[in-house]
Ligand binder design. Structure first.
Ligand SMILES: Cc1cc2nc3c(=O)[nH]c(=O)nc-3n(C[C@H](O)[C@H](O)[C@H](O)COP(=O)(O)O)c2cc1C
Length: 314
């Protein structure tokens, strides 16, 4: 069953696998695209360490994905706050366009020049605010966004600091724009898909649930940890970050609760999602996941997960 989102994405299903820092690579992205969703490369895709040349690895990963699938996939570009330097974003964009990528997920406040260049290339632009508001969604639409992602506080990764939940964010953004809206934040099984659809979402942007799939490169012990944990095992370690507990995260959570708001930088110094999630050093870093963690109870293949989530769109 096609709808406006799957028409725009040229996919079987109105589903985007959301970018996951360090935790995507060509095999995984291509598996999602082959299963009927839109796979997406996140930052540090296919990279094992910061020593590797990021642009070279990115080009290799794109080429590999093109060999593994003839379906579309996306590149993610996280923008710096407006007024700050966007050189790195331009580098990713130029590199990706040179490799014939024509779907872009643009995170952050819209940047006119980046939007203009993507639209001029004929590529599809998927806009995602970090703290969605109707005004920002309308600006994204005005500047040419083809699809808008409405993200709520339930999400994994860097969470919206304003704390607005998915249930209220989706209809607020749906009412503000005429382009289709994808829901993000806490969608972990078909019940979440149905709830988001009832609120007006025409597509689904899912990150956390895809981490625990056979093709995802997350360390096996981190996947097991996610399966065996519940939301009670998670702590808020910074305004924009929650993690499964370990001694280091407990300490950060205490510092945060005591008023220290620089704790996010500490999680980055610990290697972000690379240390515990990619390298499997579970005590040395964060495990970032959504509040739907209780519903992640097994490790299906990507194709099986897509079928479960998209059972109403057959
Ligand atoms: C481990 C992890 C890493 C993430 N890394 C990024 C990232 O680098 N860039 C980005 O825009 N979003 C990132 N996200 C957010 C996701 O792309 C997406 O917005 C989110 O996962 C959707 O909510 P869900 O986790 O409830 O499905 C990350 C999420 C997780 C769980």
């Amino acid at each position: 069953m096609k709808n406006r989102v799957s028409e725009i994405l040229n996919t079987k299903y109105p589903l985007i696998q959301a970018p996951l820092n360090w935790l995507t690579d060509a095999e995984f992205v291509a598996a999602v695209s082959n299963a009927g969703g839109l796979g997406s490369f996140g930052p540090n895709a296919g990279r094992d360490s910061l020593e590797q040349d990021s642009m070279k690895v990115m080009r290799e990963q794109i080429r590999k994905a093109q060999q593994l699938t003839n379906r579309p996939f996306a590149m993610t570009i996280g923008l710096n706050p407006q007024g700050e330097d966007q050189t790195y974003a331009h580098k990713i964009l130029d590199n990706s366009l040179a490799e014939n990528v024509n779907y872009f997920i643009i995170g952050g406040e819209p940047d006119e020049e980046i939007y203009r260049q993507i639209k001029a290339s004929g590529a599809v632009l998927i806009a995602r605010s970090y703290n969605p508001t109707p005004a920002e969604a309308q600006l994204q639409e005005h500047l040419g966004a083809d699809l808008i992602v409405a993200t709520g506080y339930d999400e994994g990764g860097v969470i919206p600091t304003k704390g607005n939940g998915t249930f209220t964010t989706i209809p607020r953004i749906v009412d503000a724009v005429s382009v289709p809206v994808l829901a993000a934040g806490g969608i972990t099984d078909v019940r979440g898909v149905r709830a988001a659809r009832a609120l007006g979402a025409e597509g689904f942007y899912i990150g956390s649930r895809f981490i625990v799939t056979k093709e995802n490169r997350t360390a096996e012990n981190a996947k097991v940890k996610i399966i065996s944990s519940t939301v009670e095992d998670m702590v808020l370690v910074a305004p924009q970050q929650r993690s499964i507990r370990n001694a280091k995260m407990d300490e950060l959570a205490k510092r945060f609760a005591d008023g220290d708001h620089d704790t996010f930088a500490e999680t980055r110094k610990m290697g972000g999602t690379r240390t515990a999630m990619l390298e499997g050093k579970l005590e040395d870093g964060k495990i970032s996941i959504n509040t739907g963690i209780d519903l992640i109870q097994d490790q299906p293949s990507v194709a099986e997960l897509v079928q479960r989530l998209m059972q109403d769109y057959q």
